[in-house]
Ligand binder design. Structure first.
Ligand SMILES: [Zn+2]
Length: 168
């Protein structure tokens, strides 16, 4: 049984859901429930973005593509976020730039908090157990594990380089 509840016309409820979701720079537009999952249609609050190459602010939207991102479960239901991936045009560099959202690492299909959660579960469960619980393929769990490990190594390296600089 699939129950579709659209809350677009029900503004106070959407504000409440946005608060509950607690992700920076986005708002819930609508929400769809099924027996084992919840998906949120999100809107990005800013009109434009800063160019990563020249720091110019641009609102020249070139194209928008919908992406689906996995987030941490709520009440043992799988959570999915439907987001626009926006591409802007920077007149200064004459380049197309893809917006980066704070809570998703570059080119990932999971929120940072979901990847961190999976990574921390690997202390207690093995890859097969997580794969079954989360309905992720074994390769997906391994991929998350590798991504977070590499990220932590990089952060650790940056941190030790910084402390080395301070010591001198
Ligand atoms: Zn630029």
């Amino acid at each position: 049984m699939v129950q579709n509840v659209t809350l677009t016309d029900f503004f106070p409820m959407n504000i409440r859901l946005t608060d509950l979701l607690n992700l920076p720079g986005v708002a819930v537009e609508s929400c769809h429930y099924s027996q084992d999952s919840v998906s949120f249609q999100l809107r990005v609050l800013t009109k434009g973005t800063y160019c990563p190459h020249c720091r110019n602010y641009t609102e020249e939207l070139h194209q928008t593509r919908p992406i689906l991102v996995r987030d941490v479960p709520v009440d043992s239901k799988e959570v999915y976020l439907k987001l626009p991936r926006r591409q802007f045009y920077c007149r200064v560099c004459q380049r197309y730039i893809t917006e980066r959202l704070q809570f998703i690492d570059w080119r990932r299909r999971y929120t940072q908090r979901y990847e961190e959660k999976i990574y921390s579960q690997l202390n207690r469960c093995n890859i097969e157990q997580i794969s079954q619980q989360q309905h992720l393929r074994i390769e997906q769990v391994k991929n998350i594990f590798n991504h977070i490990s590499q990220k932590r190594n990089k952060q650790h390296l940056e941190f030790s380089q910084k402390s080395y600089c301070y010591e001198r």
